[in-house]
Design a protein around this ligand. Structure first.
Ligand SMILES: NC(=O)c1ccc[n+]([C@@H]2O[C@H](COP(=O)([O-])OP(=O)(O)OC[C@H]3O[C@@H](n4cnc5c(N)ncnc54)[C@H](OP(=O)(O)O)[C@@H]3O)[C@@H](O)[C@H]2O)c1
Length: 223
């Protein structure tokens, strides 16, 4: 099984995914700008899953040792983070963008998105990674609080988009490992424009329906 490295794995979304992958016996590296912080997050995961195959590393070592690299930092820091790990990104790795370009990154509202020139945060990331590195967009519409709540199963579909069909399939299979999650084929990377926007919609609905842990997304009549 490929090792997942989560850049920004100390944050809510990254730690939530680390817990769920650990639960599913997927090998994980938690990446951070600060190795000590990464190791604290590892201990948090091990408290719930002592047998987990999980390590903490600084972001560069995490990319070097990981095979599926999840970019789990706020959109505001996405470009700088990609620049800082670029030298370790090789075409044998898959990069997965979770980043949602919420307008609060530029002083706006978290219920709206800004539109990067490339069309979406994922397409912007694709333009920044070295040539030949497959870029996938996924895990945008699953709330961190649901991932972190390990007493309960996650009830969510994860739309996976990429121009690289093999990478897309791999990440769909990875999403499927999380109990209660279905990885769905979202087609080409440009569809992240829609999927990323859906997160802003969900954030607004969470406020209106007073759902602190957030709502999930399900596509019906599929199978
Ligand atoms: N939270 C959600 O429910 C949710 C849902 C869907 C998608 N997402 C997406 O997932 C990504 C992560 O969200 P999050 O809520 O986990 O974010 P977060 O907790 O605010 O931050 C994640 C990590 O980013 C790193 N970071 C913080 N400031 C940084 C900086 N100046 N430069 C570089 N790295 C920095 C930190 O890691 P270190 O300090 O350890 O380096 C931090 O733990 C975002 O792009 C978000 O849009 C989140």
């Amino acid at each position: 099984m490929k090792r997942v490295a989560i850049i920004g794995g100390t944050g809510d979304q990254g730690l939530g995914l680390a817990l769920r992958f650990a639960q599913a016996n997927v090998p994980v590296i938690i990446g951070s700008r600060d190795e000590t912080k990464a190791n604290i997050a590892v201990e948090q995961v091990q408290e719930s899953f002592p047998q987990a195959d999980i390590k903490g590393m600084d972001n560069n070592a995490a990319v070097e040792n990981g095979e599926i690299i999840l970019l789990s930092v706020p959109y505001k820091y996405m470009a700088d983070t990609i620049k800082s790990i670029k030298s370790e990104l090789t075409p044998d790795k898959i990069v997965v963008s979770l980043c949602v370009p919420l307008a609060n990154a530029v002083g706006g509202r978290p219920t709206q998105v800004v539109s990067p020139w490339e069309g979406s945060a994922a397409e912007q990331a694709a333009a920044m990674v070295p040539k030949g590195v497959p870029l996938v967009g996924a895990f945008h519409n699953v709330c961190a609080a649901r991932l972190l709540d390990i007493e309960n199963t996650v009830d969510n579909d994860v739309v996976v988009c990429s121009d690289d069909k093999d990478a897309r399939q791999e990440v769909m299979a990875l999403a499927d490992k999380i109990d209660g999650v279905r990885g769905l084929n979202g087609g080409n990377l440009c569809n992240c424009r829609i999927v990323e926007s859906m997160t802003a919609l969900i954030i607004g609905m969470n406020i209106r329906y007073k759902l602190p842990k957030g709502m999930g997304v399900r596509f019906t009549y599929l199978y």
